[in-house]
Design a protein around this ligand. Sequence first.
Ligand code: NG1
Ligand code: ZN
Length: 530
Amino acid sequence: EQRGALLAAAALFPRPPDGARFSYGTAGFRAEGVTMGPAVCRAGVVAALRSVKLGGAAVGLVITASHNPVRDNGVKIVDADGGMLSQDWEPFADALANAPTPDDLLQIVLQFAKDEEIKLGGSHSAQVLLARDTRPTGEYLLDAAVKGVNAMIGAVAVDMGILTTPQLHWMVRSSSEFTSLLLCLLELVPKDKGADVMNNRLIVDGANGIGGLKLEEIKAKISGLDIHVRNSGKGEGILNESCGADFVQKEKVVPLGFGPEDVGFRCASFDGDADRLVYFRIVSSSDNRIDLIDGDKILSLFVLFIREQLDIINGKDNKGNEVLPTCFGVVQTAYANGASTDFLKNLGLEVVFTPTGVKYLHKEALKYDIGIYFEANGHGTVLFSDHFVSQLESLTSFLQHQAAMRLLATSRLINQAVGDALSGMLLVEAVLQYKGWSFQNWCDLYTDLPSRQLKVKVQDRNAIVTTDAERRVCQPSGLQELIDGEISNYSHGRCFVRPSGTEDVVRVYAEASSEEAADSLAKRVAQHVE
Ligand code: NG1
Ligand code: ZN
C-alpha cells in the first residue's frame, strides 16, 4: 500500500528527462515556478518522513523563492524545532528530488527508511504544516506538496495559508514546544516517583468545542498519557450543553458523553473556547455525583509544586549555594472556596484578592517574581517575571539546577498570556507524576466548604456597590449589616453579593459547614437583596 502511494504520487509529477539537477541548499530547492512541481511533491515526502522519524512532531514546508523574481518559486522544509531541516537529511532530499523515475524514488525512500530505522506504512502519525507566499505558482505547488505528504501513509498535511516564512517557522516551533516541554518536565521527575505510581489514563471533556478538536489532533504525540476525548466537537453534541467546565463546576454532576467505562478515572473538563479547566472523577455508575477539583485546587497543586522547587533552591540541602529570594504571590477572588484560602495561608503564602474577572487577577499576578492566579471556575495561569527567569537560568549547582529547570520548563509550558486549558492540563499531569500522586491524593489536600450560588433579578443591579475586592457592600447603606447579621447565625459562614459583570443579575455566594446551611444562608441573604 505504501509503495503504491509513493509510486502514484511520483507519477503525478514526473521529472522531465532533461530537467536540471536540484541541490538542497540553505534555501531548499529553487527554480522557475512552473517547473517546480516534481521537486515540491518530493519535498512533501521528505517532510512527512521527517515527521515520522521525530515521533509525529509537526514539521513545516514553505513554498517561496524569497527575494527572487516573481516567476521563480521554491520549497524549504522547517524542522520540528522551528529551525532549518537537519543537515544530515539534505543528501536524502537531494537524491529524492533528482530521482529519474518513480521506481528510483521508491527505492531511495525504502533504503533511507531502512538506514534511519523508520518504520513505514502503518501505525505512526506525522504532520506537516504548509504555507506559501503570494507568488502566482504558489497554489499549484501547494497541491504538489500536499500530494507528496499524503503519499506517506498516516501523514496529515495542514494548509496554514499564505504566511510570511518566519510565521510558519514560529508555528512549527510552537506546535512542538508543547509536547517537548512536557517531555522535558517529565524527564525531571525523580526516578523513585511518578510513572507507574499512577494510572496514565486521562479522559477529557472537550465541551463539544475547539479544545476537544485540538486535543484529538495532538493527543497521540503526548507520550506517557493515554488520553481519551469525550465531547470532542466532532459528533452531534451541542457546545457547552450539559457538558464542559462551567457545567461541571456549577452543577457538580456527570457531564453528557461520559459512561460507566469512565467511572473512577481522572477526568478533565474544558469550556467551549478552552480557557477554563477543571478536573473531576465519577464516583459510581449508579450515581450522577462527581468529586470535583476546581480552579482553586488546581492552583493549590501548582503552588505546592512551585514551593517545593523554591525550597530545593533555597533550602537546607543547598549548603553554601547562592539563594534566590523569591516573591511568590497567590491571587484569588471572593469566589475562591474558603478552605482553599485557609490552606494557602497555612502554607505561609501571601494571598491577595481582586474583583472577579481575569483582567484584575492577571494584573495583580504580574507584580510578583512568580504570580499565580485562578478563579474557582478554572480560569487561571502562572506568571514568571523576566528578571526571575534570567536568575533561574544562572543557577548551577546540581540540585538547584534541577529545580530551576523544572521551573523554567513550567514557565514555558504554561501559557503566560492567558489561562489555557490545554497547557494547564499538561502541567497538572506533569506535577501529579512528579509527586507520584493519584486523583485521591490531590482531592485530599483540603475539603471544600459546601457553597451555594444564587442569581437575583433586580431593577438596577448597579445599585449595589461593593468594596474590598467585592467582599463587602458599601451601597445601599444598611445591606452589609443585614448580611453580617445572617452570617453570624452559621458556623464557618461566609457570604457576599455583587452585581454580575456579564449578566443582568446580582449574584449571591454563600459558604457554610453543610450543604443545607450554605443553601439557607444564600436564600436568606438573597431575600435582603430583592
Ligand atoms: P460575572 O458574571 O461578573 O460573575 C463571570 C464569572 C467570572 C468570569 C466572567 C467572565 C463567576 C461567578 N463569574 O463573571 O468568574 O469568568 O464571567 O467569563 O463564575
Ligand atoms: Zn472560556
